[in-house]
Design a protein around this ligand. Structure first.
Ligand code: 9L3
Ligand code: MG
Length: 133
């Protein structure tokens, strides 16, 4: 059976929330859309709400999927969902840092190779959202 990892595209005032991974070693220091593994019995939306609470201390409402799922390992699909902050200010509880980036900053980070490779697949979709299309 395939496993799902869910990642959140939190956008506020034209900026996207990125989080800098602390682990594992080969991803440490790279920026990602925060999230994690969907547990048995959870919907992707429920998993994203739990992960963003655990990782960043925020409550979100979850919206539609963005882009296409990315296979991050054999039988493991990564999906991105839009999310909106309801309460709380994101704090990096499990990451090294967080950052709010605009479309140009996101493109520059991807070009520098400092974004988790799987997440770079969503650059065109994120770019369109950030530019308000
Ligand atoms: N992953 C990739 N991009 C992301 C997320 C949230 C996760 N935006 C990959 C990294 C890990 C796996 O999925 O190999 C599980 O994620 P986590 O539970 O370690 O955050
Ligand atoms: Mg995570």
């Amino acid at each position: 059976m395939s496993r799902i990892v869910v990642a959140g595209a939190v956008i506020d005032a034209g900026r996207l929330l990125l989080a800098q991974r602390a682990r594992p070693e080969h991803l440490a220091g790279l920026w990602e859309l925060p999230g994690g593994k969907v547990e048995p019995g959870e919907t992707t939306a429920e998993a994203l709400r739990r992960e963003l609470d655990e990782e960043l201390g925020v409550e979100v409402t979850v919206g539609e999927a963005i882009g296409a799922p990315v296979e991050v390992a054999a039988g493991v699909d990564l999906v991105a969902l839009r999310a909106e902050l309801v309460t709380g200010t994101p704090q990096p509880r499990e990451h090294l840092a967080i950052a709010w980036v605009d479309a140009d900053e996101l493109a520059a980070l991807c070009a520098r190779g400092v974004v988790v490779p799987a997440d770079t697949a969503w650059l065109p979709d994120l770019d369109a959202l950030l530019r308000g299309e």
